[in-house]
Design a protein around this ligand. Sequence first.
Ligand code: PEP
Length: 252
Amino acid sequence: MRQKIVAGNWKMNKTLEEAGILTSELMGLVADEVKGNVKVVLCTPFPYLYPVKQQLGNNARISVGAQNCSEHDSGAYTGETSVAMLKSMGIPYVIIGHSERRQYFGEDGALLATKVDKALAQGLTPIFCCGEPLDIREKGTHEQLVKQQVEESLFHLNAEALQKVVIAYEPVWAIGTGKTATSQQAQDMHAVIRKHIASKYGAVAENISILYGGSVKADNAKELFACADVDGGLVGGASLKSREFVEIVKAI
Ligand code: PEP
């Protein structure tokens, strides 16, 4: 059975103190209210990864993830954070290829392939993001683009490595806009991604968790998570409020 995952992407939000409060609220709510084997991942800003990890202790259900990593191993790359650094702090997940990284920092498929390789080499789980902008959706070429994004950054992997990757489908027009994809649109694209993976890797495609991201909220999560090929969510804005986020986690 595929792992169910709900990951919160805090982006560049919260002070250290606020991060500690949110983590503590989430620990309590998740322990009291969340059943089943869903994994919760808190993708915090870099400076909070280690304190939040320490705060979580041996929490069996909640873990931490970075929002990005460098494509380099070490050296004169001011402001960057390597996967080896993440590994040395015991960080198990890293988001790679978020649309904001693609859009504002010019990250392309080849660069993201290198980041995926670096993460896997150090034993981290990449949460690889793909998704089309509005103009591509309107042109009707969204399936083609998303398949290309997946191919460019993941299809060089062998089957064993690919199975260690989590994919997040995030239509860019739905991120932070309050405009969610319908559950049908999400299911259709998730099925396209899975089928595309199956065309190269066969049955392995059935083992890969594909998360949906884009204005997931407590009131639409249940319908989205009920889709056969949606294995959880990557949640931005709504992950900053403990009650809202836990309701999303409970929806799975
Ligand atoms: C995201 O940042 O990955 C995201 C999906 O944001 P939001 O939930 O706010 O749309």
